[in-house]
Design a protein around this ligand. Structure first.
Ligand code: ATP
Length: 240
């Protein structure tokens, strides 16, 4: 669509003081594309997402959103440009209700009627959240909490959504529902999605494309169908 959301990562090298964890990582995401970021534990998926969000500073390389360089911007300024990160761990405020969590996510972005509309749009998209509106975060199931974390990112109308292992700890049926909800949300809003997952099958089932990281390097970047069909690659890097 015309909303934007094109991400260009170029020659990104990132470390935590010791040897780099990411070595010259580069790839492009087209607006509206849903891309799975795959790789074993420790491959560098979380580090890459945190670098994109501005939580970790790269040693070199750059990150562009719709042609504008984000590399020097703080996390909140990246968010203002339309970048949202849903971190690992179903992060919601446990003491606040579903409704309060969603309003919190919309607070900095919208005011008045626009804020209420943004929250209402999320309820419309996520039926289970609408039913749990007055429940506290700690009363939700894992699947509902993950859906709320996703909803809280979406109320701010991002153009690019990065998710870190949303399937972690959820039962297979719950994962399937979450993935299809994510796919529908991305399609209806023209969102670009970068989905880091250990659950390769689930991620590829909704992704257009997949990028495989191994020891901090991109070792494959191909259509979801091509990746799922590549036995050698699956055995070497994806563990199935
Ligand atoms: P996981 O699924 O476990 O999150 P991942 O693919 O997301 O794996 P990262 O979490 O990015 O991988 O970790 C990549 C490497 O960076 C690992 O070797 C890890 O030990 C190291 N690492 C991650 N965070 C830090 C940190 N804060 N300080 C030092 N090293 C770190």
């Amino acid at each position: 669509g015309t909303r934007g959301g094109a991400l260009a990562i170029d020659a990104l090298t990132v470390g935590y003081g010791g040897a780099p964890v990411l070595h010259g990582v580069g790839f492009d995401l087209a607006p509206g594309e849903v891309v799975a970021l795959l790789g074993a534990n420790g491959a560098g998926k979380t580090t890459l997402l945190r670098t994109i969000a501005g939580l970790v500073a790269p040693a070199s390389g750059d990150i562009r959103l719709d042609g504008r360089d984000l590399t020097a911007l703080r996390t909140e300024d990246r968010a203002r440009r339309g970048l949202a990160l849903v971190p690992e761990g179903q992060s919601v405020v446990a003491e606040l209700t579903v409704d309060e969590n969603l309003h919190l996510g919309a607070l900095w972005r919208h005011r008045g009627a626009a804020r209420e509309r943004a929250v209402a749009d999320v309820y419309e998209m996520f039926e289970p959240l609408a039913r749990r509106r007055t429940s506290a975060g700690h009363q939700l199931s894992g699947g509902e909490r993950q859906m709320l974390a996703l909803g809280r990112a979406l109320v701010a109308d991002p153009v690019l959504l990065a998710l870190d292992e949303p399937s972690l700890g959820l039962a297979p049926l719950v994962v399937a529902h979450l993935m299809s909800t994510l796919r529908d949300a991305a399609s209806s809003r023209g969102l670009t999605v970068l989905l880091a997952e250990q659950n390769v099958t689930s991620a590829l089932s909704i992704a257009d494309r997949g990028i495989v990281l191994d020891l901090g390097r991109v070792v494959a970047d191909a259509s979801a169908a091509a990746l799922a069909a590549d036995d050698t690659l699956r055995h070497a890097y994806l563990g199935f």
